[in-house]
Design a protein around this ligand. Sequence first.
Ligand code: ARG
Length: 473
Amino acid sequence: MISLDIKQGILALTETWSDRFDEGLNPFIERFNASIAFDIALLEEDLNGSIAHARMLAKCGVITDQEATDLERGLEQIRKQFECGEFQPTVSDEDIHFAVEKRLIDLLGPVAKKLHTGRSRNDQVATDIRLWLRSQIDLLDIDLERFQKALLNQAQSHLYTLIPGYTHLQRAQPLSLAHHLLAYIEMIQRDRNRLHDVRARVNISPLGAAALAGTSVTIDRRETAKILDFSSIYLNSLDAVSDRDFAVEFAAAASLILVHLSRLSEEVIFWASEEFAFVCLTDRCATGSSLMPQKKNPDVPELVRGKCGRVFGHLQGLLTMIKGLPLAYNKDFQEDKEALFDTVRTTRDCVEAMSILFEEGLEFCSDRLARAVESDFSNATDVADYLVAKQVPFRDAYQMVGRVVKHCLQEGILLRELTLKQWQNFYPGIEEDIYEKLAPNQVVASRNTEGGTGFGRVQEQLESWSIRFGSQK
Ligand code: ARG
């Protein structure tokens, strides 16, 4: 369908499609087909991509410098109009690319119709989504560093605070609390490194692949890539418009971030229970019950744990959406956007919520933690190690300490409550210094292997992370 714009004396883009269409879309199908409700989020990237394309067209002599300047001015005007609410695309615009092009024609007239030369929405959308994701990855990286710093701050205050270490959620060996928190800093660092790797594959320009086969217009793809700060270009036009691997990779990286946040959330949730009481939630991040006045609920970590579901779901959704698609562009790809937008928003929100939780939402209860590590058998391995130092083979020492623990359990006492005589009944070589070995502080301090929880080793790690973050402490 076409219409004649009398004022301009030319055909205006008042209808989206070419002259081969006679009838308008069924109104439901128009809405079903449209992505403008969500891809409006790509406005900035669409404008920047178009400005780069216009400049390149001028440089290649496809349009004049004056035309490129006019196009750029019009595109900047759309940016401003959007900011002040004068550009509000509707469903009849279908998507952000058409919405911008139509507005540009309204603003500039005939020259605007030259913008789409040598380009298709297929390479345009692929470019926009990459530009958008690239900047979101950079913001997420900043979010993650803030979270690491919040963890580091807590860790720095708790080098000498001990916490039971668990395997199978059974008391295993005591740890420096800082060591426990530093483990999460390591995990988050891997997440950041992974994002960095994903970014490298996001940062490749598909622009100029056109619909699927390249274009006969003499454009310079490397020029637009340079202007948009892409590190390279896709070398196969079909691959350029068909590749959504980067979206899957990002969703996978985000899923692992959520896994890490969720594991920590789970720990905070049970640490905050009355049974553990290792942390107190401050009023800043805890909520009450509508019925039970005594309650303080850990809603923040629970929500973070719960939000894993949607991020994992988006990963699955993207994989499934792509798996049967023939080359090249298929409309199915329009589904990548909401999945990515929600993945980014959820992940960034969860990282921020956990940062706030560790900055001001919880306090570790050092007394309670100290009592916890003093009231168990998590020093049993150290008795075995003590015997090893006395030349008892480890397996024999291990069996012997098993008997000691069994005896203590029968008597309802702890290892440190055995008299020296009782110790010597188990092994005559045991001396008075056994009691030092049993003290939780000593148990932790002695684990001095690289990467271990010994205070010296943990101190090294605290220092190395704070140098890395350029913090003062
Ligand atoms: N809105 C579309 C998307 O998000 C833009 C590309 C449309 N291309 C096409 N040939 N229909 O994927």
